[in-house]
Design a protein around this ligand. Structure first.
Ligand code: CA
Length: 438
């Protein structure tokens, strides 16, 4: 439901939140876990606003927010307890946060007077993972990505027969999910060149990124029960950016017959701010219209509401900065920008499918969309596609060529929710630099 917290006219008393292009205007209010870098204070839950973080527990102490289970849940080092609240309680909490940050009204007035005690500059804070992530599942929901990748490996038969009937996914690994800014070592693994007789073990030579949208489960479902497609959004707490780092040479050798394993589980980077599904509400759009020849999804994966509002008008961008570019003080170069509304499967369909066999989803579980690629060449969300398996290298502003990632390369992902006559909401950044193999 769209409410007054989404009002495009709302302004904050924090000026940087009103600046055009700011990721975190007052209509966004994403949650994350921060630590003040100057002090030895423990990590806790905050809300990004402009260039600042609102310290929620400090606001309660100042009497700017009513004590409530939602506010109380922010005095913790993960947002899990907050995520488990009912959507109605979360919505009431969002209204209170919006009032405290609003340039109009008496609560905002009092909050402004307490600014030095309730705000932390984002540049003075260290962000951790937002949630304790019990399980992580990765999908493959872009038909453009699946078709491009499929056609490299199976030119005559890019899409397997199940693709248009169910959202393909695999169980990833939660232990190696790291927050933005964590360096990633080049993984070593077993690879076999097509013409080699035997495999060898060593650092991956085909390291890649995958630009994805992640979504966190808020309230889960009991083991044995399912999540009906039209309830799926009630179980989605919010969204973040995901970089599913992938070692393509390891993947090629290991992926059959059970799918990705060590090619993917050495690291997954996520952005630290979780943009709530309530904030995303005005940015919901129709799901991708299927081709007339495509099958209609089975009833448990299909509904009028999901067809009308199951899509999300998000755009994901990928930037790259080589160490030589940083030495020359060049800005990172944009490699791609991809529309999320071109995904073949919606987030609701992915979640409903995941729970359709009675698998219990738990608060804090992370699901990711799979590489977000659109139909255009510059909307391909990984190097495998952008360079067509290394055959068409990209040229960086220094003249350097990239087929896959080199040591010292930094990958920076950004993303936005966009709608006519509404402020753009940013997801913040998801960045990681490649270190040599350990
Ligand atoms: Ca992936």
């Amino acid at each position: 439901m769209i409410n007054r917290t989404h009002d495009p006219e709302l302004r904050s008393w924090i000026e940087s939140a009103n600046a055009p292009g700011c990721d975190f205007p007052i209509q966004n209010l994403p949650f994350g876990v921060f630590t003040r870098s100057a002090e030895g204070s423990p990590p806790k839950v905050g809300v990004a606003i402009g260039d600042f973080i609102l310290d929620v527990s400090a606001c309660v102490q100042e009497g700017l927010l009513d004590p409530s289970p939602a506010a109380d849940a922010c005095d913790e080092s993960a947002i899990n307890r907050l995520m488990a609240r009912k959507p109605s309680a979360l919505s009431a909490f969002r209204s209170e946060l919006s009032d405290a940050l609003s340039a109009a009204g008496s609560v905002g007035e009092r909050a402004r007077a307490a600014a030095s005690r309730i705000l932390v500059e984002r540049s003075d804070a260290v962000m951790s993972l937002p949630a304790e992530i019990g399980d992580y599942t990765d999908f493959y929901a872009s038909v453009h990505h699946a078709t491009n990748v499929g056609s490299m490996f199976r030119p005559d038969n890019p899409l397997l027969p199940n693709y248009k009937w169910l959202p393909i996914g695999y169980h990833g690994r939660a232990s190696s999910i790291v927050p933005s800014g964590t360096p990633v070592h080049r993984p070593s693994g077993q690879t076999k060149a097509a013409d080699a007789e035997r495999p060898t073990f060593g650092p991956s030579k085909m390291l890649d990124y995958e630009s994805e949208l992640g979504f966190f489960v808020g309230r889960g479902n009991a083991l044995g029960e399912s999540i009906p497609i039209d309830s799926a959004w009630d179980h989605i707490f919010g969204f973040c950016l995901v970089n599913d780092w992938s070692a393509r040479d390891v993947q090629t050798w290991e992926y059959q017959p059970l799918g990705p394993f060590l090619a993917k589980n050495f690291a997954t980077t996520i952005s630290p701010w979780v943009v709530t599904s309530e904030a995303a509400e005005p940015y919901r759009v129709a799901a991708l219209a299927r081709d007339a020849n495509d099958p209609k999804p089975l009833p448990h994966l299909s509904s009028d509401e999901d067809a009308r509002y199951g899509g999300l008008n998000a755009f994901l961008e990928v930037y790259l900065s080589s160490s030589s570019m940083r030495d020359k003080r060049m800005d990172p170069v944009r490699l791609s920008r991809a529309p999320f509304n071109q995904m073949y499967w919606t987030v609701g369909q992915m979640l409903a499918h995941h729970a359709s066999n009675g698998c219990n989803m738990r608060t804090g579980d992370l699901l990711a969309s799979g590489t977000v690629s659109g139909p255009e060449n510059d909307s391909r969300g990984c190097l495998l596609e952008l360079t067509w398996r290394g055959t068409q290298p990209v040229t960086l502003p220094t003249g350097e060529k990239r087929r896959f990632l080199q040591d010292g390369d930094e990958v920076i992902m950004k993303g936005y929710l966009e709608a006519d006559n509404r402020p753009r909401l940013g997801f913040g950044e998801c960045r990681g630099i490649i270190l040599p193999a350990a």
